[in-house]
Design a binder for this molecule. Structure first.
Ligand code: SAH
Ligand code: SF4
Ligand code: F3S
Length: 440
C-alpha cells in the first residue's frame, strides 16, 4: 500500500468554515489523504477562507505568497483555496497567484475528490457553482472515528437578508435548510462517536425551516427532536437574526433542559437611522423588547452580540445610541468591528466615516463591552453550573471545560474525564476563565 498523502487545512472565518473544513478533510480522506498539522510536509494545502472584512480577504494572498518556497522544493504539492474568498474572487486568485491549482466555493466542495484528481494531472481547476445537489448528502460517509465532546453541525446555509455591508448573501447564496431526518441522523452518528454537545450552525440559523415528515420544522421543533437523542446532553445554535426569533424558540429556552442558556443575537448598531441604512429591518427598541421576552423565558440567559462601528454616515450621536443600547442590554460577550468596505455591497458606495473617528469609537465600545463581559463573568462566582470537560489543563490533575454559559472553567484535582458533564461550583474569576470545584 502506498503511504497516505498529507493534507494541511487552514481555516479562517466563522464556525461554518470550521465545519466545512472537517467535511473537506473527510471527502479527501476517501482519496487517501490524512491530515497533518504542518504545511511543510503536506502534499496538499487548502486554505478555507473568509471574505467578511478586507483584512480577512487580504490574509489569503499573503498566506499564499508564503508557500512559494515550499512549492519550489516540492513541485507535486497542490495548493487549493476554498471558502468565501474562493467564491467571491476565484478568477482573480487564479490570475494573481499562479501557485494555486484549485479553487472551490463553499457550495461545491463535495466535488473536491474529482477536482483533486484533475489537479494531480496538472490541470488548474475552479468550481464556484451553486449546484442543485445537496453537498452534505454527497459527503454523508463520515468516518466512525471517535471525536471530542463538542461538535458543530450545519443545519442551514446562506442568507436572503442582504444587510447593506455584508458579503455573505453573495458568497454563500440563498437561504437553504437541510431536511430534518439527515440532521438527526448526523447528530445520532456524532453522539455514537462520543459527542455530548452539538452546536447547530447557520448564517441565519433561526430561519431554519427544513423538511420534516409532516411539513417543515422550525428550529425549535428541530431542537425538540434532537432533545430525544439519548447521550446528547447539550444543544446550542448560532448565529441568530433578531427578525427570526420565533415564539416557540424563545419558549424552548425556558422549557428545554438541553438547550443551553446562551444566545448570540447580533444587533450591529443602536441608532435606528443606521439600522435602517444597514437594511436590518428591526429597530433598537424592537431588539430590546425581544431581549426582554427572551429573558422572561430564561432569566439567566447570557446574551452575546456583534457590532459594527463607523458604518457610512454614522455620526457621534448615532454611535452614542449604540453605547446606550449596550448599557441597556448588558452583554455577556460580544464581537465588535470597524466597518470594512466590501466591493459589490450597497454600503460601499456611500460616504465613509473618517477612519480615525471610527477607531476611536471602536475603542470606546470595546472598553464598555469588556467591562460588561467581566461583570457577567465575575457574577458567576459562588454559582453552581454544569461543565462539560473538553481537555486536560496545563497543571497536573487539572481539567478544562465549558460552562452552560460557554465560559471556560478550570477545575483543579479533577476526578472527571474528557466528555464528562459535571456540576461545578465557581470559586473565582480570572482574566479569561473561571475556576471551580466539583460538587459532590
Ligand atoms: N449571519 C450573522 C453573522 C454574519 S458575519 C448575522 O447576521 O449576524 C459576522 C459579523 O461580521 C456580523 O454580525 C457583523 O457584525 C460583521 N460584519 C459583517 N460584514 C462586515 C463588514 N463589511 N465590516 C465589518 N464587520 C462586518
Ligand atoms: Fe450578513 Fe446580514 Fe445575512 Fe447576517 S443577516 S449574514 S449580517 S446579510
Ligand atoms: Fe467569513 Fe464566509 Fe463565514 S465570509 S464569516 S467564512 S460565511
Amino acid at each position: 500500500m502506498s503511504a497516505p498523502k498529507k493534507l494541511f487545512i487552514k481555516t479562517y472565518g466563522c464556525q461554518m468554515n470550521v465545519y466545512d473544513s472537517e467535511r473537506m478533510a473527510e471527502a479527501l480522506g476517501g482519496e487517501g489523504y490524512v491530515e497533518t498539522k504542518s504545511a511543510d510536509d503536506a502534499d496538499m494545502i487548502l486554505l478555507n477562507t473568509c471574505h467578511i472584512r478586507e483584512k480577512a480577504a487580504e490574509k489569503v494572498y499573503s498566506e499564499l505568497g508564503r508557500f512559494k518556497g515550499l512549492k519550489a522544493e516540492k513541485p507535486d504539492l497542490k495548493i487549493g483555496v476554498a471558502g468565501c474568498v474562493a467564491q467571491a474572487e476565484g478568477e482573480e486568485i487564479m490570475r494573481r497567484q499562479p501557485l494555486v491549482d484549485l479553487v472551490v466555493g463553499p457550495q461545491s466542495y463535495h466535488r473536491l475528490p474529482e477536482m483533486e484528481a484533475k489537479a494531480r494531472q496538472g490541470e488548474k481547476v475552479m468550481d464556484t457553482d451553486f449546484p442543485e445537489e445537496d453537498k452534505f448528502e454527497k459527503l454523508k460517509n463520515r468516518p466512525k472515528a471517535k471525536r471530542g465532546p463538542a461538535a458543530f453541525l450545519t443545519v442551514q446555509e446562506g442568507c436572503d437578508k442582504f444587510c447593506a455591508f455584508c458579503v455573505v448573501p453573495y458568497t454563500r447564496g440563498a437561504e437553504v435548510s437541510r431536511p430534518a431526518d439527515r440532521i438527526l441522523r448526523e447528530a445520532q452518528d456524532l453522539v455514537e462517536r462520543g459527542v455530548r454537545e452539538i452546536t447547530l450552525l447557520g448564517q441565519n440559523v433561526n430561519a431554519y425551516h427544513g423538511a420534516g415528515p409532516n411539513g417543515d420544522l422550525t428550529l425549535a421543533q428541530l431542537i425538540w427532536e434532537l432533545d430525544k437523542i439519548d447521550g446528547l446532553e447539550r444543544i446550542r445554535f448560532t448565529t441568530s437574526h433578531p427578525n427570526d426569533m420565533q415564539d416557540d424558540l424563545i419558549e424552548a429556552h425556558g422549557t428545554c433542559a438541553k438547550l443551553m442558556p446562551y444566545l448570540h443575537l447580533p444587533v450591529q448598531a443602536g441608532s435606528d437611522k443606521i439600522l435602517k441604512r444597514m437594511n436590518r429591518s428591526h429597530t433598537a427598541e424592537s431588539y430590546i423588547r425581544l431581549i426582554e421576552r427572551i429573558r422572561a423565558a430564561r432569566p439567566d440567559i447570557l446574551i452575546s452580540g456583534d457590532f459594527i462601528v463607523g458604518f457610512p454616515e454614522e455620526t457621534e450621536e448615532d454611535f452614542q445610541a449604540t453605547m446606550d443600547l449596550v448599557e441597556e442590554v448588558k452583554y455577556g460577550t460580544a464581537y465588535s468591528f470597524k466597518y470594512s468596505t466590501r466591493p459589490g455591497t450597497p454600503a460601499a458606495e456611500r460616504p465613509q466615516v473618517d477612519p480615525a473617528a471610527a477607531d476611536d469609537r471602536l475603542q470606546r465600545l470595546q472598553a464598555l463591552l469588556t467591562k460588561q463581559q467581566r461583570e457577567v463573568q465575575d457574577s458567576m462566582v459562588g454559582r453552581e453550573v454544569g461543565v462539560l470537560f473538553e481537555k486536560a489543563g496545563r497543571l497536573p490533575g487539572q481539567m478544562v471545560g465549558k460552562s452552560d454559559y460557554l465560559h471556560a472553567v478550570h477545575v483543579a484535582d479533577c476526578t472527571r474525564e474528557v466528555g464528562d458533564l459535571a456540576r461545578v461550583r465557581i470559586v473565582s474569576s480570572g482574566a479569561n476563565s473561571l475556576a471551580g470545584e466539583l460538587i459532590g
